[in-house]
Ligand binder design. Structure first.
Ligand code: NAP
Length: 266
C-alpha cells in the first residue's frame, strides 16, 4: 500500500503537535517534512517534544516542496502565511488540507479558482471536530423553523481572529435556509459599541475569549415561549484529529475545492 506523504506547516503549534501524533499513529500516512519559521535545517527530532521523528525542518517552503515530494500539505499556522502555503502547494501539485482560520472570502475564491485550474483537491475546514460539524448541521435544520438566532462562540484567549471561522460558517449555513430578518427591537440602540455583537445577514455573533477555554460554540434560537440551544465543546485539540484524518483521505480522491468538513462527511 502506497502511503500518503504529508508535510505539516506549523508543527510546533498546538494543532501542529496533534497532527504530528496523528500521522505517527496512522499506518497509511507518512510525515516527509515540516515547515517551521524558526528551525530550518534541523530535524524535527532536534526540537522539544518530538523524540525520534526524524524528518527535515524547512523554513523555505518552496525548497521543502521541491525536495520532499509530498502528496498533501496540512496547514496549521496563521491566515497570512497559510494562504501563501496553500497557493504554493497547489502550484507544486500538492493538495492542501487547511485548518488555519481567518481566510477572507477573496482568499477562498482565489484558492477555488487555482484548484479548478490545477484540477487538484483542496479542503479548507474551519472546524475539524466532527461534533462541531453536526452542531452546524443541526443549527441549519432548526433555522428552518426558528428565524431568530444568535451565535455565541467561545475560545482560548490566544486566538487571533474573531469571530471564529466556525461561527461565520454557521451563520452562512443558517442564512441559506432562514427567512431574512433583522433581529431585536427595530429601535434598539447600543449604549456601548459592540454590545449586540457582530452582524451577519441579521444574525448576531458574539465572541468570548478566556484562558481555560479551547473551542466552544452555542447557537441559541428563540420563538414565542421557547428557546432551543445547540452546543458543541472541544475540550482538547485531539478532538480535531479525526476530522483531519478524513480530510487527508478525501483530498487524495477529489479534484475540486471544498470549504467545510460537512461537505465531505457522508
Ligand atoms: P498556535 O499554537 O499559535 O500555532 C501556530 C503555529 O504556526 C506556531 O507553531 C507558529 O510558530 C506557526 N507560525 C506562525 N507564523 C508562521 C509563519 N509565518 N511561518 C511558519 N509558521 C508560522 O495555533 P494553533 O492553536 O495550533 O492553531 C493554528 C491555526 O489553526 C489557527 O489559525 C487556528 O485558528 C486554527 N485552528 C483550527 C482548528 C480547526 O478545527 N480547523 C482548530 C483549532 C485551531 P511560532 O511559534 O514561531 O509563532
Amino acid at each position: 500500500m502506497e502511503k500518503v506523504k504529508i508535510i505539516i506547516a506549523g508543527p510546533r503549534g498546538r494543532m501542529g503537535r496533534e497532527a504530528v501524533q496523528l500521522i505517527n499513529n496512522v499506518e497509511k500516512f507518512e510525515l516527509v517534512a515540516v515547515v517551521d519559521r524558526k528551525h530550518g535545517g534541523l530535524k524535527l527530532s532536534d526540537l522539544e517534544g518530538f523524540p525520534s521523528i526524524d524528518v527535515p525542518v524547512y523554513t523555505d517552503f518552496e525548497l521543502c516542496l521541491q525536495e520532499a515530494k509530498a502528496d498533501v500539505l496540512i496547514e496549521l499556522t496563521t491566515p497570512e502565511v497559510g494562504m501563501y502555503h496553500a497557493k504554493t502547494a497547489l502550484n507544486y501539485n500538492v493538495r492542501p488540507v487547511v485548518g488555519t482560520t481567518g481566510f477572507t472570502k477573496t482568499d477562498l475564491e482565489e484558492l477555488e479558482s487555482l484548484c479548478e485550474e490545477k484540477e487538484l483537491g483542496c479542503i479548507i475546514a474551519p472546524n475539524f471536530a466532527i461534533g462541531a460539524v453536526l452542531m452546524m448541521k443541526f443549527s441549519q435544520m432548526a433555522a428552518k423553523y426558528f428565524n431568530d438566532v444568535e451565535i455565541i462562540e467561545m475560545h482560548h484567549n490566544q486566538k487571533l481572529d474573531a469571530p471564529s471561522g466556525t461561527a461565520v460558517k454557521t451563520a452562512d449555513m443558517i442564512s441559506e435556509v432562514r427567512e431574512a430578518k433583522k433581529q431585536g427591537h427595530p429601535n434598539e440602540k447600543e449604549t456601548m459599541p459592540g454590545a449586540r455583537g457582530a452582524e451577519f445577514e441579521g444574525i448576531r455573533i458574539h465572541s468570548v475569549r478566556l484562558p481555560g477555554l479551547v473551542a466552544h460554540q452555542q447557537v441559541m434560537f428563540g420563538a414565542e415561549g421557547q428557546t432551543l440551544l445547540v452546543r458543541h465543546d472541544s475540550y482538547h485539540r485531539g478532538s480535531f484529529m479525526s476530522g483531519v484524518k478524513v480530510a487527508v483521505e478525501t483530498v487524495m480522491k477529489i479534484d475540486r475545492f471544498v470549504y467545510g468538513l460537512e461537505n465531505i462527511l457522508e
